[in-house]
Design a protein around this ligand. Structure first.
Ligand code: HEC
Ligand code: HEC
Ligand code: HEC
Ligand code: HEC
Length: 453
């Protein structure tokens, strides 16, 4: 054992610095348990004061949008009246939630940590202010970060965005950071896992697409002053980034020994649900070149990897070919061993991560629309959308790029109407998960391509 008096002055100093560091680390770990890393760690880094602290009528609680301010100022009312995040605590009290929790032996879902972690803003006990209530659901600070340090200062006249971020406001405007934040609840991470056990108890399957979900219940508006303050906002870019970050998230869980595996089985939630959940009389099997797997094999859910390949097809075709090879190698490795699977998954994760900055910096111009839909159709023609999961993500992709360029006023009116009808048809083909037919989906995609030309 090292005793202080045994070491010289410099070492003594280092030793005390080390002890201070160790103490600080232990304290930090006590207030921020396992999930101290990543988006969740950042959001919980400071005390959460609760939505009531933002809701005064002169702050974010106006009934109507403000005429003179760059910020709408009615964010609280919009959130409370239209956003499901405001009702997610009530959801945990409904009959469905109770049935799920009871099948899992969890008791009251409004008190079960695993449910609370995703269904409300759930910072550690020590990080809750006086007005904080779990019953407020997924409140402002679940996304914008604990307001302890910035609540008073963020309205000052000369305030810059960077000053707020430095005091713990979460960068929801930046797509990689936003994707990590939303995915921490909408797909789950190592620290907030939605397991097949929870699904088996009746929880709805989770599916997420960053761009679509960002615009379902917005309390913000992108106008010139927004762009001046925070930079350009591009729906196609957000779709692209969301796919990459989702793929990394999947690979990250898969390679966690304690989360990606239970007993003799890998965690089934990481696989294509319909690889198992389909009738035996179907005779539906056919080859999927992107996996290279034969019949009767449980496939990893690679929907986001497939979509990210379409992203790279636009940004860097060589990287897209490389990703296809890496994805196939991962599928093949699952036939060999856990070790080979981990190695392939880690290699692939590094590949995807290495592309994220390039994708974020890419200018997705109007030509992206034709390129993405064209490459989706190519995949469809060679049988790549046999699995429902990828088809669903392809439908979301098509919608996202069409809406992005329509919103940016880069499509003519007639074009936009034709494309919207095409997207509706693609959507209809993935509406009923259990009745999914690949041939109907391929026909719908081809009709969309015709509208895009
Ligand atoms: C703390 C967890 C959490 C975070 C973070 C989170 N969500 Fe959610 N979200 C939920 C839950 C839980 C629901 C379901 C609420 C309900 O129906 O009770 C939901 C519902 C939604 C819905 C409605 C879905 C539907 O089917 O109508 C949208 C859209 C959505 N979230 C978008 C986002 C976006 C975009 C982000 C990131 C900026 C995000 N969420 C971050 C937990 C979260
Ligand atoms: C990894 C995060 C996560 C965990 C853990 C989780 N949920 Fe959810 N749950 C969600 C999200 C996200 C949605 C919304 C899905 C959507 O609409 O896209 C949801 C939806 C639901 C719904 C359907 C809501 C509706 O309005 O249709 C119920 C009920 C539910 N969850 C109950 C539970 C219960 C009970 C638990 C604990 C056993 C739990 N959830 C754990 C993220 C989670
Ligand atoms: C599910 C995540 C989520 C929740 C909950 C949430 N926000 Fe937001 N908020 C966002 C996102 C995403 C944006 C858009 C990106 C950005 O500008 O940061 C945003 C933007 C904003 C903006 C900036 C708009 C602009 O023009 O710059 C304000 C102000 C805001 N939110 C206030 C609130 C308040 C107040 C609440 C609670 C009543 C709240 N938000 C709840 C995700 C969320
Ligand atoms: C490796 C095969 C496999 C995969 C992949 C798989 N499941 Fe399951 N699932 C099962 C088995 C086995 C059961 C248990 C059936 C039983 O208890 O009789 C089950 C049960 C269920 C149940 C309960 C059904 C009931 O009748 O109560 C649901 C819901 C479910 N799974 C959803 C999913 C979802 C969603 C996915 C994809 C995210 C998925 N499963 C992936 C094999 C699988």
């Amino acid at each position: 054992m090292v005793r202080t008096q045994d070491i010289g002055p410099l070492q003594d100093f280092q030793y005390r610095a080390f002890r201070r560091w160790l103490l600080a680390t232990i304290l930090a770990l006590q207030t921020l348990p396992l999930w101290a890393a990543g988006a969740v760690g950042e959001v919980f880094a400071h005390k959460h004061l609760g939505p009531a602290s933002c809701a005064s009528s002169v702050c974010h609680g106006a009934n109507q949008r403000a005429a003179s301010s760059p910020i709408l100022l009615n964010e609280f009312s919009v959130w409370q009246q239209t956003d499901p995040h405001a009702k997610s605590w009530a959801t945990l009290g409904n009959a469905d939630a109770k049935a799920i929790a009871s099948k899992l032996g969890l008791g009251d879902p409004q008190q079960a940590q695993i449910c609370l972690d995703c269904h409300v803003d759930n910072p550690p006990e020590g990080q809750r202010g006086d007005k904080f209530l779990l019953a407020d659901g997924v409140g402002c600070e679940a996304c914008h970060g604990g307001a302890e340090k910035w609540i008073a200062s963020h309205t000052e006249a000369k305030r810059k965005r960077a000053d707020n971020l430095a005091e713990g406001m979460y960068p929801t405007d930046q797509p990689v950071a936003r994707a990590k934040l939303c995915l921490s609840c909408h797909i789950g991470t190592r620290d907030r896992m939605i397991t097949h056990k929870i699904m088996g108890a009746g929880h709805p399957r989770l599916s997420f697409e960053l761009d679509t979900f960002t615009w379902l219940n917005p309390h913000y508006e992108i106008d010139q002053d927004y762009v001046d303050r925070k930079g350009e906002f591009n729906g196609a870019r957000d779709w692209a980034i969301g796919q990459g970050v989702s793929a990394v998230n999947l690979l990250d869980i898969l390679t966690d020994e304690s989360k990606g595996w239970t007993g003799i089985f890998p965690e089934l939630v990481l696989f294509d649900c319909h690889a198992c959940h389909r009738p035996m009389s179907g005779r539906q099997w056919g080859p999927r070149p992107g996996t290279g797997l034969g019949p009767g094999v449980v496939r990893l859910n690679d929907a986001n990897l497939v979509m990210f390949r379409h992203v790279l097809g636009v940004v860097d075709p060589q990287a897209a070919a490389d990703l296809l090879a890496g994805t196939r190698a991962l599928h093949q490795a699952t036939l060999v061993s856990r070790e080979r699977t981990f190695a392939a998954a880690n290699a692939l994760k590094a590949k995807v991560e290495a592309q994220l900055d390039k994708v974020a910096a890419h200018e997705f111009g109007p030509e992206t629309l034709g390129q993405v839909i064209g490459s989706l159709v190519k995949d469809a023609e060679r049988g790549e959308f046999r699995d429902f999961g990828s088809a669903e993500q392809a439908a979301l992709a098509a919608q996202s790029v069409v809406v992005a360029f329509e919103t940016a006023k880069q499509l003519g009116d007639a074009d936009a109407a034709g494309l919207r009808a095409g997207v509706d048809r693609v959507y209809a083909a993935v509406e009923k998960e259990d009745a999914y037919s690949m041939s109907r989906f391929v026909e719908a995609l081809k009709a969309l391509r015709a509208a895009a030309n």
